[in-house]
Write a protein of this length. Structure first.
Lengths: 422, 221
């Protein structure tokens, strides 16, 4: 097929932790969005029988129509990419991936004569093991054999897509999501041997928030994940220096006291004398090694441990700046200064605000990383937040598919190129 | 039925033919008042046994005193008295004279109408005209105000239009100044027209050139 055909039929698919972003190049600046989840209805349920469909898994906008008020709802609602990596034998998760991919292709398949399939650029976590690539190719092969909608597929790591959409060829992308954080140096290619993954993400910030709620007398609310997340988003602060911030907080409780209203409920949470605890939430994301966290570990809060998922080790307790330094130091020395100059922070776990009046005590994620690197003697650094973090991976996919030549075949050695099934 | 009442009925019948109905019987002083809803007529009746010319003129004088209150005033007198009377005084004063006998009633001198309606019409007509004129003046003033406001809005509109055009040309000049140098590094990828249609994240993206060379490069090199 011609280069022109490929360019006009590129379709991006970003398998994010919470949302699946998809759509062809013709959509312009923003893709379609669907929750990255699938629902397995009870086939015996009366509603399923009334709907008259034997669908094993439901995805996309139809899910609310099938949801049942059941205690086993969490086990029927599957978020396949919750931790970035899907287990090889997790049949239901892979079923959701297939169904949601099929849905995206069907939604945009044109009626035009001469349509011969999309050039699909899918994006997975930087730490996705090889078997995930193989499984995903199998899914697209199956879809194409049944529906003839996939001309070719390629899969790229999400950090590469972020770097592409930011128009930066040499950079370090630090992606911090719900379950983990990945640090990926990129110099025209992802430097796979230098990728470092942390077993820490937004979920761990939730854990420390739950402990703070318990200490403040709201132990019953600490069990509800949604409440804990909302509290974290409203009260979490990143301290410039944790020791100084705690001292400031204890001396000025009025400046940190806070009352939180949970939207749509009568719940009010008040932190008065304990306002200084707010600093622990942000600090824990960047560095969980301060002695103050030991008391929480001693009382049962899970300590982020080193784990192996697929082929990748996820480090638990290493501080964020140290992880960036270690990752960059695995790259050629000549390249390192360029990498330090372009550090892109991406993902919801970097969205921390600095309240008015606390500018001397709190910082945002960019300044925190700069300071932490500065403490390690690295002063000439450039750190930026990713713009439009929601769409940057999809945009990177579109650029990749548009630019990579149609004749460039997939190579398992290089982990790039177009995989064709016909 | 008494004689008085019979005479009154005759007079009443005469006026009823003209659309007047009795509204007040003043039997004691022999006065009758008729009304047609808009006008009122006073009739002073002289009865036969007491009537003479002197009383007739006294009756004339008494209705004249009340003439301002009624549209028309009459004196009704027995024919034998009335025919001898000098009608000129009645005509001069505009007072009507009715003669009656056992056979009927005759209007010897018609009363001059003092009805206010025609008068009031003459008075009201200018008032209505004045009101119309006032309304016209108000409308003219409103039109003048509106016209002034339209003028000022028109001026503001043209002034804004001029500013928008100036800003537009300024933005276009700046866009051209910014875009010109960066359009050059994309010689390999498509035509310029095609580039302009592309989304912002694709335009001026150095990765397009890097990725388009993928087959030519060896990543290990």
């Amino acid at each position: 097929m011609s280069e022109a055909y490929k360019r006009s039929h590129v379709l991006g698919m970003d398998y994010g932790t919470s949302f699946f972003k998809y759509g062809p190049i013709s959509l312009g600046e923003t893709p379609e969005l669907a929750e990255n989840r699938g629902y397995f209805p009870d086939k015996d349920a009366i509603m399923t029988r009334i709907m008259g469909e034997g669908r094993e898994v439901v995805v996309g906008k139809d899910i609310p129509l099938y949801l049942e008020a059941r205690e086993d709802l969490p086990s029927r609602l599957v978020y396949p990419f919750r931790n970035g990596v899907i287990d090889k034998n997790d049949g239901r998760a892979w079923q959701v991936v297939e169904e949601i991919s099929r849905m995206a292709l069907r939604e945009f398949t044109p009626k035009e004569e001469g349509f011969n399939g999309f050039y699909v650029v899918a994006s997975l976590s930087a730490v996705a093991p090889r078997y995930m690539y193989e499984k995903l190719f199998d899914i697209y092969r199956r879809i194409d054999s049944e529906e003839h909608t996939v001309a070719a597929v390629t899969i790229i790591p999400q950090p590469l897509a972020v770097a592409i959409s930011h128009k930066v060829p040499t950079s370090v992308v630090v992606e911090s999501g719900h379950g983990n954080t990945q640090i990926t140096p990129i110099s025209r290619y992802p430097v796979r041997t230098a990728i470092i993954a942390l077993n820490r993400g937004g979920g761990d910030a939730n854990s420390i928030t739950a402990e703070i709620l318990k200490d403040s007398g709201y132990g019953d609310l600490a069990k509800e994940e949604t409440v804990v997340r909302q509290v974290k988003e409203q009260i979490g602060l990143v301290p410039r220096s944790l020791d100084e911030a705690i001292r400031f907080g204890r001396e000025n409780p009025d400046k940190l006291g806070v009352v939180i209203n949970i939207p749509g409920t009568r719940l009010r949470i008040t932190l008065e004398e304990n306002g200084w605890l707010r600093f622990l939430i942000g600090e824990y994301v960047f560095n969980p090694n301060h002695e103050i966290f030991q008391s929480y570990f001693a009382r049962g809060m899970p300590r982020p441990g080193d784990v192996k998922v697929g082929d990748t080790f996820f480090l638990g307790m290493i501080d964020m700046a140290e992880a960036i330094v270690q990752s960059i130091e695995r790259c050629p020395v000549e390249l390192q200064p360029y990498l330090y100059r372009q550090i892109i922070l991406s993902g919801g776990n970097f969205e921390w605000r600095v309240p008015q009046g606390l500018e001397n005590t709190c910082v945002n994620s960019v300044d925190k990383i700069k300071m932490m690197l500065g403490e390690k003697g690295l002063v000439e650094t450039g750190v930026v937040m990713a713009s439009s973090p929601k769409y940057s991976v999809w945009r990177g996919c579109i650029v990749y598919g548009y630019a990579v030549p149609e004749g460039f075949k997939w190579s398992w050695d290089r982990m790039e190129g177009w995989m064709k099934f016909r | 039925m008494s004689l008085y009442r019979r005479i009154m009925q005759r007079v009443a019948k005469h006026f009823s033919k003209q659309g007047f109905q009795p509204s007040d019987y003043g039997e004691e002083n022999g006065e009758l008042v008729f009304s047609n809803g808009r006008e009122e007529v006073l009739v002073k009746i002289l009865f036969e046994e007491e009537a003479d010319r002197v009383l007739l003129y006294e009756a004339l004088a008494s209705v004249l005193e009340k003439s301002q209150e009624y549209s028309m005033v009459y004196v009704a007198a027995p024919r034998m008295v009335g025919e001898e009377a000098e009608t000129a005084s009645f005509m001069k004063k505009g007072v009507g004279l009715i003669l009656y006998d056992d056979y009927g009633v005759e209007e010897k001198v018609p009363a001059e109408s003092r009805f206010k309606k025609p008068l009031s019409r003459q008075v009201q007509q200018p008032a209505e005209t004045q009101s119309v004129e006032r309304s016209l003046r108000r409308i003219e003033s409103l039109i003048r105000d509106l016209s002034e406001r339209v003028d000022s809005l028109e001026k503001a509109y043209f002034s804004l239009l001029r500013e928008v055009r100036e800003l537009k040309s300024l933005v276009e000049r700046r866009t051209m100044a910014v875009e010109k140098p960066v359009e050059k590094p994309l010689p390999r990828i498509g035509e310029q027209a095609e580039t302009e249609k592309l989304p912002s994240f694709l335009r001026d993206n150095p990765w397009v050139e890097i990725l388009s060379k993928r087959t030519e490069e060896n990543p290990e090199a």
